[in-house]
Structures are given as structure tokens and as C-alpha cells.
Design a protein. Structure first.
Length: 113
């Protein structure tokens, strides 16, 4: 099974992961550049991504119930890195044309090559 299939299964189990505009915080939480190729992620980072997404979906529901979701975003729609690294990069990425916000200093880019 390829790592892509692993994540695909995760998507099915966690519908919220596929919802528009909520992707932004996952890569930041696990310090992975959102431009990374999924297949190039080390297994440990991929597990972290899947695990974080699962946790985030639980958090999401709790926050949504409490009407505080927007206040919980770390980088989504923010201008600066909460870890103190200055300005975030804002970019529209992928086929889904999601807006992504990321920090080039604390998020690592893993690329296929
Ligand atoms: Zn940062």
C-alpha cells in the first residue's frame, strides 16, 4: 500500500479533513510545508499528519459547538507565525484551490525527486 492510499483511507474516515479552508492548520501543527508531496513524507510525519487530523476533527466538533472555531485557528487566515517567525506565506494550492497559510521557517518541505 502506498502512503497516498494510506492518506486516502484517512480522508474517508475523517470527512472534515476534506472540507474546504480547514486544511491550513494541520501542516502547521506538525511542521510540514503544505507544498510537500504526500509520497515524500517520512512515515513518522505521515503518521503524525493522520493522527493530528483525527485529533483535529474531534477538536473541530468541540470548537464548532462552542462557536469558537475561528479563534482556535493557529495560522489559517493569520498574518504571522505564532511561533514568532514573522510573516506567513499565503498561497492557493492544489487542485482544490484551497488557500493555505504556512511558515517557511518551522514547516519542512518534503519533495519527490
Ligand atoms: Zn514559524
Amino acid at each position: 500500500m502506498s502512503s497516498w492510499n494510506l492518506l486516502g483511507k484517512c480522508y474517508e474516515k475523517i470527512p472534515l479533513l476534506g472540507s474546504a479552508d480547514l486544511w491550513g492548520d494541520y501542516p502547521y501543527r506538525i511542521r510540514v510545508d503544505p507544498r510537500s508531496a504526500i509520497g515524500a513524507l517520512p512515515a513518522a510525519r505521515l503518521r503524525a499528519l493522520v493522527g493530528e487530523a483525527r485529533q483535529y476533527s474531534f477538536d473541530f466538533l468541540a470548537w464548532k459547538r462552542a462557536f469558537v472555531l475561528k479563534k482556535q485557528w493557529l495560522v489559517h487566515a493569520k498574518r504571522t507565525c505564532p511561533r514568532g517567525h514573522g510573516a506567513l506565506v499565503k498561497e492557493v494550492l492544489g487542485a482544490s484551490q484551497r488557500r493555505s497559510f504556512y511558515c517557511t521557517q518551522c514547516q519542512v518541505l518534503y519533495a519527490d525527486d
